[in-house]
Write a protein that binds this ligand. Structure first.
Ligand code: ATP
Length: 388
């Protein structure tokens, strides 16, 4: 078991900077997820940790050991890729045992030679093989694939292949597990199921997991902490709930959450204790206890963020919620069963609300919406940082 540290790590390919000055500590036994849009540098970060990409600048440590220049096989890590990369001609058992046999050098020719010329060495190989067999069965039991051990990969479903790929990592009993988009090839239902299985596996093994995905739902449901990246730069590292409730900037606010947070350009008016938010066709009075930091921006335009679940149909406002109203026109409705998504227009703004399924709002209707004033987010227009 081990922690992982990125110290001022950068990666450049010619004049493309894939990762800028990455500083990050992943604690022992943590489940850290790198998330971000395509091309943000998350895979490159993982591959540098695995030793599959050279580091241009900085250092990477596993535990206290500087592994920056150490060969991948000597880093005590195991990686699961998006493409399962199983050996098609080998059984599941042999796929699981392969890396262990390679390390122990228990090949058939060697076995035969030692059997004839070196009896003690032969006994050692037998012991190693017994150990490999035990590890393979233990991994197969953990992943519930024991009955698949004699099969070839082509006789497995996508989900089963994915488990074998995870099994190959488990048998090595590494200090750190790395996952690079391992669920991308699975259908939606299997993704949800396998997501839960990987989380359970993390709890069972008690080992450090580092996981890369572009899917924020995967990140939110699996990570104990999430590192959000954009354009090669780390934006924020925090627990899923803190990222959701207190995004550090507008990018994180918009990336985490589905449907995404809505943004409105608003002018801040009034006084320190009585801040008024003026949109292009609405006005909200911010409760006095929520105006902290906003007074610095009085007279300026800022970006206001409102999550879809913080916009209610004014006829169905939950109890104890402080709201301000906006007049809107319904553009599209989507029935989700337990709630309705309303796509709305107010002035020049288009935005989404997740409302009570009893709503009477229909396409083309004028409706009154109620924004939860306690959960508004504000971001500077100049640097997009959260105003707190
Ligand atoms: P995706 O989800 O699409 O895999 P990512 O966030 O994992 O994206 P990376 O694969 O880490 O992104 O790539 C980061 C940046 O580095 C991208 O702009 C990519 O084009 C660039 N890059 C990656 N590998 C190379 C390479 N071998 N040569 C040049 N540029 C590269």
């Amino acid at each position: 078991m081990a922690s992982v540290t990125f110290n001022n790590v950068a990666k450049r390919y010619g004049n493309v900077t894939a990762v800028h000055d990455l500083n990050l500590e992943v604690a022992d036994k943590e489940f850290l997820v790198f998330v971000g849009p395509s091309g943000c540098g998350k895979t490159t970060s993982l591959r540098m940790l695995a030793g599959l990409e050279e580091v241009t600048e900085g250092k990477i440590l596993i535990g206290d050991r500087d592994v920056t220049d150490i060969a991948p096989k000597d880093r005590d890590i195991a990686m699961v890729f998006q493409s399962y990369a199983l050996y098609p001609h080998m059984s599941v058992y042999d796929n699981l045992a392969f890396s262990l046999r390679l390390r122990a050098k228990t090949g058939r020719v060697r076995k035969l030679i030692t059997l004839v010329f070196n009896r003690p060495a032969y006994q050692k190989i037998r012991d190693q093989e017994a150990d490999i067999d035990q590890r393979v069965h233990k991994a197969a039991q953990t992943l519930l694939i024991e009955q698949l051990l004699p099969r070839k990969p082509k006789q497995l479903s996508g989900g089963q292949r994915q488990r074998v790929a995870v099994g190959r990592a488990i048998v090595r009993e590494p200090k750190v597990f790395l996952f690079d988009e391992p669920l991308s090839n699975l259908d939606a239902k299997l993704r949800v199921q396998t997501r839960a299985e990987i989380t359970k596996l993390h709890q069972q093994l008690g080992t450090t997991f580092i996981y890369v995905t572009h899917d924020q739902v995967e990140a939110m449901t699996m990570g104990t902490r999430i590192a959000v990246m954009k354009d090669g730069a780390l934006q924020q590292v925090d627990s899923p709930q803190n990222l959701y409730d207190r995004p550090a900037n507008q990018f994180v606010a918009g990336f985490i959450g589905s449907p995404s947070m809505n943004f409105f350009d608003v002018l801040l008016k009034g006084t320190r204790d009585n801040v008024i938010v003026e949109g292009d066709s609405f006005q909200l009075n911010i409760p006095a206890e929520r105006t902290k930091g906003l007074d610095q921006y009085l007279g300026q335009t800022v970006s206001m963020g409102v999550r879809p679940e913080d916009l209610h149909d004014a006829n169905f406002i939950p109890p104890n919620v402080h709201t301000g109203t906006l007049d809107a026109q319904v553009d599209v409705t989507e029935l989700m069963g337990n709630e309705v998504y309303l796509y709305l227009l107010t002035g020049k703004s288009s935005y989404v609300a997740r409302v009570d399924p009893r709503t009477k709002a229909r396409v083309g209707n004028k409706v009154q919406m109620a924004a939860n004033l306690d959960n508004l987010h504000f971001f500077s227009k100049s640097n997009e940082k959260a105003i707190r």
